[in-house]
Write a protein that binds this ligand. Structure first.
Ligand SMILES: [Zn+2]
Length: 124
């Protein structure tokens, strides 16, 4: 099996694990090339994850996956959303800082700095 196929399969397993943990059911989960964001969630419940997320470490993958799946329960980045993120990924703020971005859905201007990937992306 091609290594990227294996990576995507493992990423989808993380999505499945988090979906049951968060008690949500995504309408559709897509993994595709994304240049501006690590992930996004549509109002119809379609989760899209950046294909190169498979090259990131497991913890960062969990952060992005949990973030997008939580949008199925809370469609914004308000206080409830942040509180739920803190419950499930206690150090999510540190991961956001590492990315050099604030809250995700609105594309922010990119800022070069301590990023853990070659491209700056936000979490949608
Ligand atoms: Zn978001």
């Amino acid at each position: 099996m091609h290594s990227s196929e294996r990576g995507i399969r493992l990423l989808r397993q993380r999505v499945d694990a988090w979906a049951s943990k968060l008690k949500v059911t995504p309408h559709l989960v897509r993994v595709q090339r994304m240049t501006r964001k690590w992930g996004s969630c549509s109002t119809r419940g379609t989760i899209t994850l950046a294909a190169d997320l498979i090259e990131q470490n497991r913890h960062f993958q969990d952060f992005v996956v949990a973030h997008e799946l939580l949008h199925l329960r809370v469609p914004n980045h308000g206080r409830l959303f942040k509180a739920l993120m803190t419950v499930h990924v206690p150090d999510w703020r540190a991961l956001d800082v590492v990315r050099g971005h604030g809250p995700c859905a609105m594309p922010r201007q990119t800022r070069s700095g301590r990023t853990i990937a070659e491209q700056s992306k936000s979490v949608g």
